[in-house]
Design a binder for this molecule. Structure first.
Ligand code: CDP
Ligand code: CDP
Length: 225
């Protein structure tokens, strides 16, 4: 029986990657690595420092000087940038609307990918993002590509924000998601794309439990091979 395998979960914004990845990691007692949070953390830092977001070299240099830590917390994970807790700030709309610009640069991606691979060396990880199955962990034992209609994904974000007392028009969320999908899918360096050997799951009409159980069954089968 195999142990400590690597599970890669990719897909577009609000497809349910982090919710499902966290659940799967919890059940298996694996580490969960939210690579989107790492790109968000750099974007937060760059906005704070006034770095030109079109300048890949400057962003690469900023990243070299920046430590990003994902620390398990009672609820989910804390994100620390040079020791500063930015868990909430990296979800603000200003970061969300600029993150795809920052993440398109080769200088940024090369360093992030290296850090992400180091975090996964021991195995026993669930890593979610855009390029995990294609680029970060091309040999991952389980690869999943989650998708859902843009209407459903916008509705999910809408409900999520409402539960936090934030009222953003549904149409605005849909536009933001569609734009980010486009930028992430069309960038030159490791774009958002399904790996040939990834299992695609359309979650449009599936609940969190169903998706998590499906993935857990796949992991179980893989472990028994
Ligand atoms: O949670 P949500 O789908 O809104 O996004 P996220 O996973 O936090 O990722 C934020 C952004 O980081 C994405 O829109 C991508 O631009 C970038 N990203 C990436 O380029 N590669 C990854 N492996 C993960 C995220
Ligand atoms: O990480 P990603 O951006 O792909 O999505 P997420 O943050 O995990 O999920 C976005 C929202 O959709 C969360 O509020 C989840 O609870 C919800 N969700 C859902 O309603 N049904 C699913 N099958 C998956 C997620």
């Amino acid at each position: 029986m195999k142990k400590n395998i690597r599970i890669a979960i990719d897909g577009p914004a609000a497809a349910g990657k982090s919710t499902v990845a966290k659940k799967v990691a919890d059940v298996l007692s694996y580490i969960y690595i939210d690579t989107g949070a790492m790109y968000r953390a750099l974007t937060y830092k760059a906005l704070k420092e006034g770095t030109d977001l079109h300048d890949g070299k400057a962003l690469g240099k900023l990243l070299q000087e920046t430590t990003i830590k994902l620390v398990p917390a009672e609820i989910g994970q804390k994100v620390l940038v040079n020791g500063e807790d930015v868990t909430e700030e990296i979800r603000y709309s200003n970061v969300t609307s600029h993150v795809s610009l920052v993440s398109q640069h080769r200088e940024v991606r090369e360093e992030m990918v290296q850090r992400q691979r180091e975090l996964a060396t021991e195995g026993g990880v669930v890593m979610d993002g855009r390029d995990i199955g294609t680029h970060v962990l091309p040999d991952a034992e389980v690869k999943i590509f989650l998708k859902a209609s843009v209407e459903e994904r916008a509705l999910r974000r809408y409900k999520e924000q409402q539960s936090k007392g934030i009222e953003t028009p549904l149409e605005k969320l849909k536009e933001e998601i569609a734009l980010r999908d486009k930028l992430d899918s069309e960038r030159e360096v490791s774009p958002l794309i399904k790996a040939d050997d990834a299992l695609e799951i359309d979650t449009t009409s599936m609940g969190i439990e169903d998706v998590s159980n499906l993935i857990l069954n796949i992991v179980k089968e893989r472990n028994e091979e």
